[in-house]
Design a protein around this ligand. Structure first.
Ligand code: CA
Length: 220
């Protein structure tokens, strides 16, 4: 994915950030450290982090879900926006990536708000459902392996309360979604996900060209 919203010129992107970004120092430090990581493209953009934080505040969220943590920028953005009693249930399979995340969550003083589960996310989500936590989450951010997007979405939808919101990242996939020559598994998965979600009347829907494309689906 790109480091800025698809289709924006560099100059306009710089302007957008110059008049809107309010990135705390701890998030900037994390972003700069992650930029040196070989898989740095997996990090969300700072304007996207700020957008997620605003959504959480609009929702009055106290209980959120994150599927795909990487080095923790999005979870930290959300945790900083949550009230003191708020919690992020975060799912990832990598101890290495999340070791970086934990360090910055500690530094920011919000580690107590984030419950990190190192396991395949479907296992964690199924356990939450088995524990009777359906209908108790306010917000979910899906940004993990694209082949499981629909599975993550279905489980997140069950875990959300009515009026809760699911945000799904990379839905425009650097523009590859409209490249007919791209038949790779990830691209096919995102195309199929977008088409199925378009027909899903369990949610109110919007897709915005923020960063690499972000879909918002509100549970009716
Ligand atoms: Ca992403």
């Amino acid at each position: 994915m790109s480091s800025k919203s698809l289709g924006l010129s560099d100059a306009l992107h710089d302007y957008l950030l110059s008049v809107s970004l309010r990135e705390p120092d701890v998030l900037r430090s994390l972003r700069e450290e992650t930029a040196r990581h070989p898989q740095s493209v997996m990090q969300i953009t700072p304007d996207q982090g700020q957008f997620l934080a605003l959504l959480v505040q609009i929702l009055g969220a106290t209980k959120t879900l994150e599927i795909g943590v990487f080095t923790g920028y999005s979870a930290l953005s959300v945790a900083l926006a949550l009230p003191e009693t708020g919690r992020v249930v975060a799912c990832d399979v990598s101890e290495d990536f999340t070791a970086i995340a934990r360090r910055y969550w500690q530094q920011a003083g919000v580690a107590h708000k984030i419950d990190l589960h190192i396991a395949p996310a479907l296992e964690t989500l199924d356990r939450l459902l088995a524990e009777g936590q359906a209908g108790t989450f306010d917000f979910a951010f899906i940004d993990a392996d694209k082949g499981n997007y629909w599975n993550y979405y279905e489980r997140s939808l069950q875990l959300l309360r009515s009026g809760g919101l699911i945000a799904v990242d990379n839905v425009l996939w650097s523009g590859d979604v409209i490249d007919p020559n791209d038949q790779s598994a990830n691209t096919l998965a995102i195309r199929e996900f977008n088409q199925k979600l378009h027909q899903d009347d369990r949610v109110s829907l919007t897709m915005i060209p923020l960063s690499d494309g972000l879909t918002l689906a509100m549970k009716r």
